[in-house]
Design a protein around this ligand. Structure first.
Ligand code: DAH
Length: 354
């Protein structure tokens, strides 16, 4: 066939192609190895030079034109997507890899699942913010502690049951070095902070703690505490109670009644338990507060003189209060969660509610 009519025929067929598969066939028909154009180009070598040049130019021109209509038509069918060598359909190796899929631009997109913070993280951040607004700084301490920071410096006697293997998870000692353990409370952070900083100060130390404990709805081998410490010249029990009340009201977002009971901790004297009127039943008595109307939420007290002395502070010049509340328990109260183990179970049915 003559070149010009060949081009016209090709153009017509390409334009009426209905899909990529048909187009692929036309590519082979008009530009493939066995196509007329290829044959013509191959046979050029047998022509006299003058004729060869003329025919060659024309054949190449026609080839390009056919190629460009094919290309144009292909773009109409194809889904726009990033190109890779594999996608070089025309003139390339993968000429039969046309994508047939139609692209429905009206179809709803795939929903991207967004992650979010864990409920304990949400509550920790909230608590941190309330205390930061009251002038407290957030500090951290290690989860692997020495016996000194976890017990001795906190005035906890050698025979105190907390040091027992039943409460504390001890780590295998390295030679004769200090005995190491997984901290059973965040109180060691008080000591580490006092060692390096001079009062006055207000700090809050949230963190993970570990206990050798049988698990149930209110006990886990790992949980979280938030330690607080405020030391100054005239810090009193009144300050302690004011900070506690203010914190609870901001945290639960309502008027809260608190009460102070005597307690015992080796590192505070006097020691207290600050109770909060049950936020579930408003003090009427329910299963959460064991019908008492009160929730035990804040153990604390005035820092024991021996603890101050162990850090080189003169108890005549400095005094203050400390406390250690359970972060998990606060979150349970806030969100009315009845089992602490839910926080650690990675169950999306639970986690996706926050
Ligand atoms: N560390 C104590 C515990 O885990 C809680 C505590 C009580 C912390 C009194 C304090 C405090 O700072 O003054 O049970």
């Amino acid at each position: 066939m003559k070149l010009e009519p060949l081009k016209i025929k090709a153009q017509k067929e390409v334009k009426s192609a209905k899909n990529l598969k048909e187009l692929d066939g036309l590519y082979k028909k008009y530009l493939g190895k066995k196509s007329e154009i290829t044959q013509i180009l191959r046979s050029l070598k047998d022509l006299p030079e003058k004729e060869r040049k003329k025919q060659g130019r024309l054949a190449n021109q026609i080839k390009k034109e056919i190629q460009s209509v094919l290309e144009l038509q292909k773009n109409k069918f194809q889904v726009p997507r990033p190109t890779s060598p594999e996608d070089e359909v025309f003139g390339g190796r993968a000429s039969s890899k046309f994508q047939e899929k139609e692209f429905d631009i009206t179809a709803p997109g795939k929903k991207i699942i967004l992650g979010h913070l864990h409920p304990l993280t949400i509550v920790r951040k909230e608590i941190e913010e309330i205390f930061q607004n009251m002038g407290f700084s957030i500090v951290e301490g290690p989860e692997v502690e020495t016996e000194w920071y976890a017990f001795d410096a906190l005035n906890i006697p050698k025979d105190h049951p907390a040091r027992d293997v039943w409460d504390t998870l001890w780590l295998k000692p390295k030679a004769k070095s200090q005995k190491l353990l997984l901290r059973p409370h965040t109180s060691p952070v008080q000591i580490r902070y006092m060692e390096k900083n001079q009062p006055p100060f207000r700090i809050l130390a949230p963190g993970r703690v570990f206990r050798h404990e049988a698990t149930d709805a209110s006990h886990e081998v790992q949980f979280h505490q938030v330690e607080g410490l405020m030391i100054g010249k005239n810090v009193s029990v009144a300050n302690f109670k004011a900070v506690a009340k203010e914190f609870f009201q901001r945290f639960f977002n309502k008027e809260i009644k608190i009460r102070t009971r005597p307690g015992y901790f080796p590192f505070t004297e006097p020691s207290f338990e600050i109770d909060v009127q049950c936020v579930i039943c408003n003090g009427k008595g329910c299963s959460t507060c064991s019908q008492t109307g009160w929730l035990e939420l804040w153990p604390g007290g005035m820092v024991h003189p021996n603890v101050l002395k162990a850090e080189g502070l003169n108890p005549k010049n400095w005094q203050g209060f400390a406390f250690g509340m359970g972060l998990d328990r606060m979150a349970m109260m806030k969100y009315k969660i009845n089992d602490i183990r839910l926080f650690y179970s990675s169950d999306l049915r639970f986690l996706e509610q926050f």
